[in-house]
Ligand binder design. Sequence first.
Ligand code: ASP
Length: 310
Amino acid sequence: MSSIYTLAIHGGAGTISRGSMSAEAQKDYEAALTQALETGEAWLKTGGDALTAVEKAVVVLENNPLFNAGKGAVFTHEGQHEMDASIMDGKFLFAGAVSGLKHIKNPVLLARKVMEEGTHLYLSGSGAELFGKKNGLAFETDEYFYVPLRYQQLQDALKSDSIVLDHTVTKPDKFGTVGAVALDMHGNLAAATSTGGMTNKKHGRVGDTPIIGAGTYANNTTCAISCTGHGEFFMRAVVAYDISCLMEYKGLSLKEACRIVVYEKLVKLGGEGGLIAVDNKGNIELPFNSEGMYRGSVRMGEEKFIAIYK
Ligand code: ASP
């Protein structure tokens, strides 16, 4: 049993600069991040497990239209929503993933169901939704997922013929995925990530978020990771697993492993974004090579940390 718990969350990375956001919008983001942290921490504090803590924190962010996941998921080229999510249990290396969801209210809950049911690890599209229906997951209508700002973002992207990552106003390089990683008091690690993907993405496009080892990974012997950024690059760099491998096989610290992957490997490929990471000793890293990343963390007995900019 580790004597402490830690929790970190993100709400996406990208060109988020101080000048581009009103004081009011900043407050809204900070309040949403705080709520997600508090929800996850309340669970960990009473001895709750890391897996449920990351799930609870991600559900809060999925239900908030500010973030590109669940309710706030961005539009595809065809004007629809295709959400992806995954979750991983660092104790047994169990994992669940889903992609191409159109009407599931909380994709992370479906990913967990897939994991727990255990037959398959990854379900996509209509098959995933059917599995959700059979398992009593909450569904929502197209109207629920219609957020005017997101629709405007699609119109802008269609005009400029660009595939846009979320949190973008002027440049097509912002990301809005949500995620959480945690260490519980029993020494177990877990990670979860959920996204709407990229504005104006092609029907059927899947990014790193539901790919175990790319966008999400957890292993009690090393760390738990949840990524946000340009998914194509995160998949090529197998980011989350690479960090775990650097720790496991090379004996690197969490900090050093994150530094190499986020600031060297990804940069060399041209991959913009960031990630949140905790290790089994309670260390927390929140590295990103973009201008900003919505992020927060808390360690038992310490003040909460919330930040947006560099
Ligand atoms: N990584 C996500 C994707 O490529 C996007 C994001 O992080 O905002 O689908």
